[in-house]
Design a protein around this ligand. Structure first.
Ligand SMILES: Cc1ncc(COP(=O)(O)O)c(C=O)c1O
Length: 284
């Protein structure tokens, strides 16, 4: 069952609405311009994971696009209402959306809770490297491109995934026009390097215009406590092939191991995947 709760000043705990019925005006700028932001998180046994990190990123995205969104405690109450109403005790996707709303009328904001789609997890991925067309310094030079914000304008990301699938691959790793590894359309890239018995976990640096992943952030904290050395790019495609493991990580699919890039195999390590997977599971 999908549960919908609008953030509405007249309803302190959120206004429950029927997700199977039309609810948005066709003139909402979220629809007409993709002008808005979102977050997608996982709830396990009725509790959202990494709630603080998701709400913090939502606030950062809102600030980047000068969007006035409800405060964190209002989101928290609406999330809690939605999770209380649902009759599903499996893992759930909790999506937060805020649009700029009707011209001049203020943000439209809602929480949507739905089951995790089947078949999403536990598969090794064939990945294509696709050029995103921007260089790796664009985020700092051109803040209006909103590179580090989680905006609703995901049509390009979805097109990249369709391109990969129509070429027999499962997912994408974007590269910059100056040849740096960036991120997946809906995930963060991780590699492992084991040198002289020391395990290194490395991700592209945020300054390259990528979204700060909450899963990567939480995994890095857990991995450091477990004795891993941490590193932040820059990475180039050759680093992926020379690594001891490549993964895409995100909040709902969690850790997904990459088995090939552009049709060429990369090292897979069931041991490292199991170790990192356990660390991901320990993160709440
Ligand atoms: C572009 C992009 N990068 C990274 C991520 C991973 O973020 P998180 O781990 O917070 O889900 C996402 C999530 O959807 C994303 O859309």
């Amino acid at each position: 069952m999908t549960v919908l709760v609008f953030l509405d000043p007249d309803y302190p705990d959120g206004r429950i609405a029927d997700a199977s019925q039309p609810q948005l005006k066709v003139t909402d700028t979220g629809v007409t311009r993709g002008d808005g932001i979102f977050e997608t998180m996982l709830a396990v046994s009725g509790t959202p994971r990494k709630l603080r990190a998701h709400l913090a990123r939502l606030a950062t995205s809102a600030e980047a696009m000068e969007l006035d969104v409800p405060a964190s405690d209002v989101w928290e109450r609406a999330i809690s209402t939605a999770l209380t109403v649902t009759d599903d005790d499996g893992d759930l996707v909790v999506k937060l959306v805020a649009t700029r709303g009707e011209e001049g009328a203020g943000a439209t904001a809602w929480v949507l809770v739905s089951p995790v789609p089947g078949g999403l997890r536990g598969r090794r991925l064939a990945v294509l490297l696709l050029d995103r067309g921007y260089d790796s310094t664009v985020g700092q030079r051109a803040p209006w491109l909103l590179m580090g914000a989680k905006t609703l304008s995901y049509a390009v990301n979805m097109a990249a995934l369709r391109h990969a699938r129509s070429h027999g691959a499962d997912d994408v790793i974007f590269t910059s026009s100056d040849g740096k590894v960036l991120e997946g359309p809906t995930s963060t890239v991780l590699i492992a390097r084991v040198r002289d018995g020391v395990k290194h976990l490395i991700t592209p640096q945020l300054e390259s215009g990528i979204l700060p992943g909450t899963s990567q952030g939480a995994l890095f904290t857990a991995a450091r406590s477990a004795g891993w050395e941490l590193g932040y790019g820059p990475l180039v495609p050759a680093d992926l092939f020379a690594s001891d493991g490549v993964w895409l990580i995100s909040s709902v699919r969690l850790l997904a191991e990459v088995e090939s890039i552009d049709g060429k195999p990369v090292t897979v390590s069931p041991e490292l995947t199991a170790e990192l997977g356990a660390l991901v599971d320990s993160v709440s």
